[in-house]
Design a protein around this ligand. Sequence first.
Ligand code: FAD
Length: 495
Amino acid sequence: MSETADIAIIGAGFSGLGLAARLREQGVEDFVILERNADVGGTWWANTYPGCACDVPSHLYSFSFAPNPDWSRTYSPQPEIRAYLERVARERDLYRSIRFGTSVTGAEWDDAAGRWALTTSAGPVSARVLVAAPGTLTEPSLPDLPGLGSFAGTTFHSARWDHGHDLRGERVAVIGTGASAIQLVPAIQPDVAQLHVFQRTAPWVMPHTARAIRSRERSFYRRVPAAQRAVRAGVYAGRELLVPGFTRRPGLLKVAEQLSRRHLRDQVADPELRARVTPDYAIGCKRILPSNRWYPALTEPNVELVTDAIREVTTRSIVTAEGTERAVDTIIFGTGFRAAEIPVGHWIRGRGGELLSDAWGGSPRAHLGSTIAGFPNLFLMLGPNTGLGHSSMVYMIESQIAYVTDALRVMRERGAAVAEVRPEVQAAYNREIDARMEHTVWSTGCSSWYQDATGRNPILWPDWTWRFRRRTRRFDPAEHTLRAVAPAPAPAAAG
Ligand SMILES: Cc1cc2nc3c(=O)[nH]c(=O)nc-3n(C[C@H](O)[C@H](O)[C@H](O)COP(=O)(O)OP(=O)(O)OC[C@H]3O[C@@H](n4cnc5c(N)ncnc54)[C@H](O)[C@@H]3O)c2cc1C
């Protein structure tokens, strides 16, 4: 395949599909979506582990322009979210624009031509505009455990669930106690003979308010869409009330802490276990996890919580630092993703051939999480500092979609083929982000996947989400260099 398009979009998850749907709505047809998987869904295609569900209510965790009155639960299970995204792609006629099984491995900006040259597993693609929507929680993070290579049993990551492997009656180790692990452990516990859960840091866990949505309620949403919009707005506002506690005064999260402590007291009677699952860092510094099933699962007779560090893996066992050996048949990694690294940085080359990861120097930065000096006509979806700990990522995605589509409109109207953010604009924006970050709960000393190699937090948006929406509503041409195809002089490096 050799393909030419005006716009190339990498990824067919919420971001890529949402952008494509909006482009089509606006009559923009000359785009192609490059997706390495076999179908749409991204996160919700890849994560099929037992118990997988969203932890932001579905009425908010869905596109505002494609409401689904038929969610069966307030927090939908993965198969429903995946089916929802497939339906959006079908109804918006997006499938014909998607090239599945196409992995993008290189992107080079040709300044003279004003185009991106992409290398993909299916052949070269040329595009004027490149939108990278590869997701942040995409590349599994695997711990570097001594001896792991010699393990003779089965191993897999939660995001690469091996459905061909039967866990029934097995001795299983789950490594990690993050968002995926606390969903999958209660789901597999009844089936396995023995479950060892290896915890490095205890998560703060909140009571879950998930419930089934009755068919009466669903048909009401179908008949009165405004009612579902009102519920969505209510969920949004409720979540936004948490922002001051996360971003300005962590002390305000004391109420949440008390709720979480009571939840733990109610669910775990054994004082020794309770002590070991009590977090030792400020609530909110890492993602707060909702579950009514996590603590009860840990108290089951076939479950052991292990808090000693892992020393090594042998052919059939895991040995901890104090020398205890536990025989296991399968090791499941609930160890999350390489989020702060932004893997596309290792193969996107901008003006002058500079690698994005080199431009970042270990700490990703962009303007409004979207554009980067030295990388003309490149837009990142869910780029640096667009993540949330409290609300729906789809809200941030839709904000960025508005930004990208407005950028394309401005360029069209001004006859500009190429746009590039001014380095001083990007630098000032990032100084502001870093200054705000200092006052957040994420800077209270815990170590988390929110931090990059330099200790900076390039993941989270440290403010009200409506402020992000306001700032991304319009693409400001004054913040960018716009030009026809002829190259502009190189600006100075951005901070
Ligand atoms: C288990 C789990 C639960 C989550 N729950 C929530 C939640 O409750 N609420 C919330 O707000 N967020 C949640 N998230 C975050 C979630 O990732 C985002 O909400 C959202 O799905 C991101 O969409 P995306 O399209 O940006 O990225 P993704 O869904 O990750 O899609 C990116 C796509 O890009 C493709 N891709 C990547 N690199 C390449 C390449 N080089 N070539 C070709 N294709 C490529 C991938 O195959 C993938 O299909 C969760 C994440 C996980 C892992």
